[in-house]
Design a protein around this ligand. Sequence first.
Ligand SMILES: [Zn+2]
Length: 95
Amino acid sequence: MFCNNCGKEIPDNSVACQNCGAPTNNQLDSGNPGYFFLGCCIPIAGIILYFVWKDQKPKNAKKCIIGALASIIASVIFYILYIFIIVGAVAASGF
Ligand SMILES: [Zn+2]
């Protein structure tokens, strides 16, 4: 990654620039698992935050989008299972 202040290349995990001392996005971009649960509970918020944060806070953004996708995939699987149960119940009833 590159320092936002002076533009020097610095290690990806540093919290401050070694050249000028400016704080990096890593201080804010913790990749907190809470963002995963946020994305799970409110997928649309997770998707919006992903696009807002994907450049400045890639770790947080990734947690948001993974949570949102997990939630959407779980919903789709649940929906498919629901359809199968309905179809199965109709078939079992003799139609
Ligand atoms: Zn710097």
